[in-house]
Structures are given as structure tokens and as C-alpha cells.
Write a protein that binds this ligand. Structure first.
Ligand code: GUN
Length: 293
């Protein structure tokens, strides 16, 4: 079977075009132009790439953007001061603190210091609690992007069995909530699996929709997938490769070449979930202006 490739690149371009049109309208009407900020601590290569992509996406849709770069050895107290500055800056509508943070800093403490009305990553307990209660809120950007992709490709979800691999607070866990809620996409029977799951292969073989977010390169193989399934690959790994100009190539959590022929729909890496995460972040920032403006 030839699968349909779920192109996050294409869908995210459409989302960004729609946002750009809305920003033009805001400018015509003299409204507040959305402004997204990002705090980047240290110089981890992948984090730098992601944050730069977020700044570039802001430019493309006409948002203002601010990048706050801090040294890896900044104290937790000083980082919390920077967070307070953004909380109190009326120009900034929403902001993110790029994760992971250096080991000496408590990520949870920093996440909870972000003003919930500016929490466009959707990681604050207030945002996650509102999501559980079906209240309007900032949805975590990666799960929200996946939902948007499923919607764009009209992938059936009602009554389907969705298996999520991975229970992280930023992807697996919120994804399981969104796929179970009474909505489209949603209304799935959801199974969440993790490192202690027994008989994983038997479970994944029952999945109509597989969300793979455990963070292991090429973990999901063809023998774990039912014929006609939809597979969404959330993994992104830099694998050293001297034949590439960058010195690395990108792999997902799915062994794409052998899994794809069994699928009805499959998302690639790169060009799948990654660009959707950024598109969702922009959507959340626009929402912040509407909610707070
Ligand atoms: N690190 C990996 N993914 C993310 C994300 O979506 N937001 C932030 N802030 N950090 C991340």
C-alpha cells in the first residue's frame, strides 16, 4: 500500500499563512501586534536550532520576537528574575523557556514561575489543568500540532484505538488526553504505554493510530504495526553523519522505510511533527493577544 505522507511542513505553512493574514488585519486595525519571546539557557546545538526556527517563524507571520540568551551557568534565582521580567513586560504576549535546562536548575520551578496567561508552551499546571477540564487554554504545542495534522488529513479518530508510546509531560501524557476527549480529532479509545509496559508489540499491533514519542531512534519497526494504521512520529534525533554538510542526519522514533508500506497515513522526520509544533506555538501566541488584549 502507498501511504499518504502526513506533511507537517505543508500543514504548518497553511497555518502560518492564515496567521500572517490575521496579523495584517490586526495591523490595519491598529491592534496589538503579537510578540513572542524565548529564553535560551546555554548553547546546546539542538535547542539553539529550535529557538532560531521559532524566531524565524515569527518574522514570517509578522510577529515581534525577542530572544533572551543566557549563560549555561546562570543561577536558578537569576533565571527566575528573567522570567519575572517577561511576566511584567506588557509588550510580550507569550514566551517559552526552551527545555532542557542545565542540571542545576529546577525545570518545574521555572515552568511554574511563568505567568499562566503568557504560557504559550502550555506546560504550566494551570494550562494542563484547564486542558483536562476542556476549558479554553493554551494546549501544549506538540500535541496540538498533531491534532491539527489529523484534522487536516481528515483522519478518522472516533471509536478508533489510539496507542501512545511514551508518557512525557510535554507530549505523551497530554496527547493521550486530547485523543480521548469528546471532539474531533478525539473520541478514541486510548492506551498509553511506557518503559514498564509488558507485551508492547501485542498492544501496538492493535492500534489504528500510533503516536510514537518515547525518544529512541527507529524504535518502531514494521512487525509492531497493523496494516492500514496511521503512524505519527514525534521523535527527532541527530545522528552523526560525516557525508552531510551539517555533520548529522535526522532520524525519528519510527523505522520509516519499513513501516511506511504498511500505513494508510504516516508522518516523516524531518517535515512532520516538528514544523507543526512551531505553528501551534504561533497560534497560542495569537490566542494570548486575544485572551489578554
Ligand atoms: N524542548 C523540546 N520541545 C520543547 C518545546 O515544545 N518547548 C520548549 N520550551 N522546550 C522544548
Amino acid at each position: 500500500m502507498e501511504p499518504t505522507i502526513v506533511s507537517g511542513k505543508e500543514v504548518s505553512n497553511k497555518v502560518k499563512d492564515d496567521i500572517a493574514l490575521e496579523v495584517e488585519q490586526i495591523k490595519v486595525n491598529g491592534g496589538k501586534v503579537p510578540h513572542l519571546a524565548a529564553i535560551l539557557v546555554g548553547d546546546d546545538g539542538a535547542s539553539r536550532t529550535y529557538v532560531n526556527a521559532k524566531v524565524k517563524a515569527c518574522e514570517r507571520v509578522g510577529f515581534g520576537s525577542t530572544l533572551v540568551k543566557l549563560d549555561a551557568d546562570i543561577s536558578e534565582a537569576d533565571l527566575l528574575t528573567e522570567v519575572q521580567k517577561l511576566n511584567n513586560n506588557p509588550e510580550i504576549d507569550g514566551y517559552i523557556v526552551q527545555l532542557p535546562l542545565p542540571k542545576h536548575i529546577d525545570e518545574q520551578k521555572v515552568t511554574e514561575a511563568i505567568a499562566p496567561e503568557k504560557d504559550v508552551d502550555g506546560f504550566h499546571p494551570v494550562s494542563l489543568g484547564k486542558m483536562l477540564l476542556d476549558l479554553p487554554s493554551f494546549l501544549p504545542a506538540t500535541p496540538a500540532g498533531i491534532v491539527e495534522m489529523l484534522r487536516h488529513y481528515n483522519i478518522p479518530t472516533e471509536g478508533k484505538h489510539c496507542v501512545v508510546i511514551g508518557r512525557s509531560h510535554i507530549v505523551g501524557s497530554p496527547m493521550s488526553v486530547l485523543m480521548a476527549r469528546n471532539a474531533y480529532p478525539g473520541n478514541c479509545t486510548v492506551t498509553i504505554t511506557h518503559s514498564r509496559t509488558q507485551n508492547l508489540k501485542e498492544i501496538t499491533n492493535q492500534a489504528d493510530i500510533l503516536i510514537v514519542a518515547l525518544g529512541k531512534p527507529e524504535f518502531l519497526t514494521a512487525d509492531m504495526v497493523k496494516e492500514g494504521a496511521t503512524v505519527i512520529d514525534v521523535g527527532i534525533h541527530r545522528i552523526e553523519d560525516s557525508s552531510k554538510k551539517s555533520g548529522f542526519r535526522l532520524l525519528g522514533d519510527v523505522k520509516f522505510d519499513e513501516v511506511a508500506p504498511k500505513c494508510a497515513f504516516i508522518s516523516p522526520v524531518p517535515g512532520g511533527v516538528g514544523p507543526m509544533t512551531i505553528a501551534s506555538l504561533l497560534k497560542n501566541t495569537l490566542l494570548a493577544v486575544k485572551l489578554n488584549g
